[in-house]
Design a protein around this ligand. Sequence first.
Ligand SMILES: Cc1cc2nc3c(=O)[nH]c(=O)nc-3n(C[C@H](O)[C@H](O)[C@H](O)COP(=O)(O)O)c2cc1C
Length: 179
Amino acid sequence: MSDPFDRLGTLEAHIWARLAEGAADARDPFRFVTLATIGADGPEARTVGLRRADRAAREVEVHSDLRTAKVRALEGDPRAEILCWGAAVQLQVRLRVRVTFLPADPDRWARVPDEARLNYGTDPAPGTAIPAPETLRRTPDIARFVALLGRVERIDVVSLAHDPHRRAIFAPEGRWVAP
Ligand SMILES: Cc1cc2nc3c(=O)[nH]c(=O)nc-3n(C[C@H](O)[C@H](O)[C@H](O)COP(=O)(O)O)c2cc1C
């Protein structure tokens, strides 16, 4: 079987296909990824669900609550990095993105499952101090829902499954680099 890591063209296609699988399947290793932003107090990183990956548009999508710290950070600086790690295939993918916001989009909201909608309706707002966990209220609210659209400016791929390891950067032209 041919190895997508043998050529830059097949590798880039393979990476976008892996991202699309993550967005489509909650059990896929590329579903839950790390989103790193630049906050007022320095770097911030957290786990988020990858919701869409579109190679033609060079865009990925993440959903969140408008009132979170990550949204505040991205309002101040739209640059972010998304980190994916597939342990089974020993593959790291880093996406350098520039994020714009699409708040309260009815089409996207219609596709959010009821259970997930509860994440966009916490009272009080995410990060607010509460006297005890059971005092939290949750009322799904489209007004709090935001799609974060990440325009992919650079992809950095590392495979530990190869010996020696292989690494390539697409920005957007691809090139091999020493791992
Ligand atoms: C497996 C997992 C998936 C998560 N998915 C999301 C998500 O898709 N969107 C989101 O805003 N927060 C998600 N979170 C919660 C964030 O990691 C984070 O705790 C929360 O959004 C507050 O982050 P912030 O204060 O840095 O904005 C997820 C957490 C875990 C553990």
